[in-house]
Design a protein around this ligand. Structure first.
Ligand code: ATP
Length: 579
């Protein structure tokens, strides 16, 4: 496919504010794409060169891109900067300076993709200049519109806002004529976290190829998630005899071991090995297996006193610089709780009990790698006691697991059930909302230019963000200013296509950031679109306030879902403390 054709689709995608339209545009695009380039087109639609876990980055800041534009256009860098200051969009600047029709052969999608990949792989001495040279060359071979999108892609500002479920539905439509393949594609995606690979497998081997996809060391598996209940008795009713584990409030890690190589992936499938040198070492030395994929929760803990640090301490480790000092000041421990792969064998279909027993076998005791504490029981009182014991040790609660359940990648169901200490007089859990816009401040807040945030939850069935709250408290003055800057970076002219809202905020923003919000209760509301029925009644959060801002471990699609809100609403009626 010619890159110019892909760019036409990008233009259409960018201008729509309707998800259904986005779906039709994409399915038409996928029908036109060749088998061997579908993975590349998928990655570009996802606004990346490779799935995030491969850690591939172009590594060109705006300044360098300005230099490349100047070189391609044969003009002074200062002239380019001037226009950038005026237009505020590197893509438009490139378009303006490269408006002469290109004389060479038209660019193919594969050529542009390979060039960008080469730029990302350029390293070592003189690499900055070589990157600029390569990009300048690519821009000089492109027409004005192509230059706009290449440049936006390079600076990470493409902002098509397409969700993976919409891509999967569009793929299904292109191949099968309807959306029926989505569940199978989703299962394939959950096991390899690489939508380009899923699409390529589908095009080349059909749906049978997707069904054959298995866990693979090096490809993160999308994580299994838990439902909530409010009482120990309900857990016994639901699961019978089950495994009940301590619930650690840290960072979820999926560790992949292949001989001496260790990779650690986050809740949202990002590679974070470099942030956890201590845990990587522990996995290298305390795991008796050549190959393994296991999961656990990483937590800052004082080894002498066994005192667990709060989440805010653990999360400081998510950084690029100063990791060694942090590792000294707040060493982490990894509490392992599941084994998904062992020496050539995918264990995800095995029952939980078997996986956990094998995990116990391969972890050599001692050091920073530990096993999550657990009991196996069907006795309500025993669970309650275990719950109290965990709370008194400063833990968050417990996690119950169904003994005969497989590991269902990417699914939230009752195979795992969380029971947390309840916040008095408040909802049984925090709600993770995605910010989709903000309102300019009134009164005191005028000076910050932001007064409240528009928060949405995720409708995973329709790949849509539906509003649930207008949030105006829980941040310091300084942080209000920071949040506004963050949201301004994703500012859009019209409502993003995947957002469903009756409220029009002063500023729309691409759904990017997830904040944890506490509220008193979930109420019915005609203002919000979360679970809105034919009578126009949906759900809202009463007295929402920010508990934790920027959940760095969550993508927008990892926010609380509409289905979870419906369940939380039902639970709060008969709810209360978990006993
Ligand atoms: P979620 O991860 O379910 O979207 P969340 O990020 O808000 O929600 P919680 O609701 O507090 O987190 O609880 C779920 C998380 O608890 C898991 O994702 C995992 O990181 C953590 N966890 C702690 N201990 C365990 C355990 N023993 N087994 C499984 N998960 C555990």
């Amino acid at each position: 496919m010619l890159f110019a054709h892909l760019v036409e689709y990008f233009e259409k995608l960018e201008s729509t504010s309707k998800r259904l339209e986005m779906f039709s545009i994409l399915s038409e695009l996928f029908q036109r794409v060749e088998k061997d380039e579908i993975d590349k087109v998928i990655y570009l639609c996802e606004e990346q060169l490779q799935p995030p876990f491969r850690g591939v980055e172009i590594g060109m800041a705006e300044k360098l891109v300005e230099r490349a534009i100047a070189r391609a256009a044969g003009t002074a860098e200062s002239t380019v900067r001037e226009r950038y200051n005026a237009l505020g969009d590197a893509g438009l600047v490139a378009e303006e300076f490269l408006s002469q029709p290109s004389t060479g052969a038209p660019l193919a999608v594969a050529t542009v993709y390979e060039e960008l990949l080469q730029i990302s792989g350029t390293s070592g001495e003189g690499s900055v200049d070589r990157k600029i040279g390569r990009l300048a060359d690519l821009l000089s071979r492109s027409n004005a519109k192509e230059a706009r999108y290449i440049t936006r892609f390079v600076v990470g500002n493409l902002r098509l806002g397409i969700g993976d479920p919409t891509l999967m539905e569009a793929l299904s439509k292109a191949i099968a004529g309807d959306r029926s393949l989505r569940p199978t594609l989703e299962r394939g995606y959950n096991i390899c976290s690489d939508l380009g690979l899923v699409a390529k497998t589908l095009m080349n081997q059909g749906i049978a190829g997707i069904e054959r996809l298995e866990a693979h060391v090096g490809n993160p598996i999308r994580m299994a998630l838990a439902e909530r209940l409010t009482r120990a008795a309900e857990i016994v009713e639901k699961l019978g005899r089950c495994s009940v584990e301590s619930k650690y409030d840290g960072l979820r890690c999926q560790v992949h071991k292949n001989g001496n190589r260790i990779d650690i992936f986050s809740r949202n499938q990002e590679r974070m090995t470099d942030m956890f040198p201590d845990l990587a070492d522990a996995a290298r030395t305390h795991l008796v297996a050549e190959q393994a994929i296991f999961e656990g929760e990483a937590l800052a803990m004082n080894e002498e006193t066994e005192e667990m640090q709060p989440f805010q301490v653990t999360v400081q480790r998510k950084r690029k610089h100063g990791v060694d000092q942090m590792a000294k000041d707040f060493p982490l421990s990894l509490f392992a709780f599941d084994l998904l792969y062992r020496d050539g064998k995918d264990l995800t279909k095995q029952p939980y009990e078997d996986r956990r027993n094998q995990l116990d076998e391969i972890i050599r005791p001692g050091g920073r790698l530990r096993l999550a504490n657990r009991i196996v029981t069907d006795d309500t009182e025993e669970i309650e006691l275990f719950f109290d014991e965990n709370i008194s040790h400063g833990l968050e609660g417990i996690m119950a697991k169904k003994l005969d359940s497989p590991y269902q990648a990417g699914a939230r169901n009752f195979n795992w059930i969380k029971l947390k200490r309840s916040y008095k007089g408040e909802l049984i859990d925090t709600v993770d909302v995605v910010l989709v816009g903000y309102f300019l401040g009134r009164g005191m807040r005028v000076k910050f230019g932001i007064g409240a945030l528009l928060g949405a939850v995720y409708d995973d069935q329709h790949d849509t963000f539906r509003t649930i709250a207008k949030i105006g408290s829980g941040l310091t003055e300084e942080n209000w200013v920071k949040v506004r800057q963050m949201l301004d970076e994703g500012r859009t002219e019209h409502k993003p296509a995947r957002v469903d809202s009756l409220i029009e905020p002063d500023v729309w923003t691409t759904p990017t950031y997830v904040f944890s919000v506490l509220a008193d209760e979930i109420t019915k509301s005609t203002m919000h679109t979360c679970n809105r029925n034919s009578e126009g009644v949906g759900f809202a959060l009463r007295f929402p306030r920010i508990k934790e801002w920027v959940r760095v471990d969550k993508k927008p699609e990892d926010a609380t879902t509409v289905t979870e809100i419906v369940k939380m609403f039902a639970q709060q009626k008969g709810g209360g403390a978990p006993k």
